[in-house]
Design a binder for this molecule. Sequence first.
Ligand SMILES: C[S@@+](CC[C@H](N)C(=O)[O-])C[C@H]1O[C@@H](n2cnc3c(N)ncnc32)[C@H](O)[C@@H]1O
Length: 194
Amino acid sequence: MAGELVHALLLQAMTKTYYHDPDQIRRACARVKGLPIGDAAEVGVYRGEGAKCIAEALPGVTVHLFDTFCGMPALIQHGDWHKVGDFKDTSVPRVVEALNGYPIVVHQGLFPETAVAVPLRFVHVDCDLYRSTMDAMVWAWNNLVPGGIILCDDYNCASCPNAKRAINEWMVKVGAEGEFENRFARFMKPGGVT
Ligand SMILES: C[S@@+](CC[C@H](N)C(=O)[O-])C[C@H]1O[C@@H](n2cnc3c(N)ncnc32)[C@H](O)[C@@H]1O
């Protein structure tokens, strides 16, 4: 009971702060803005604040939004800090309104069941859990165009210890090399002009 209360209080405190870093998103988007093709995506959208930064930084680029939009799914495993239902205080209409006027496609449901095959220039992976992060990294890397970037929000984040584990395992699997800064990890798909 006390544990649940502490969890709820910590989550509430976190929800009041940004889950994304606008500057990190802007800088990564600036690097992919000139690519000839590729949509953008965010896996883990919550209320759409990070997604709005992406849409602003990449004018005219379609942004795919993947989330249950009703809270953390039942994919929690040992080492994940979050509980099922965390971040449930959002909805698709709320996010659509927050992104009014931007070219977005909402993919509601459990990722990767909602995943689509589409060329991507930028993916923001911000889904906190081991399973979700692993699935998002695999999908993003497979769909990224040369020179495209994945930015992961959760690499060095106290509430997402398993995201780092997923990314470390994924890096070994695909042989990707990352750039690391504060809590962020960035991966550029080889083959682009830098
Ligand atoms: C930290 S929040 C995202 C914050 C958001 N990027 C922002 O800028 O405010 C994490 C989100 O990931 C979503 N999520 C995690 N795993 C998921 C999965 N497998 N399928 C769909 N949504 C998932 C949760 O529902 C939650 O809304």
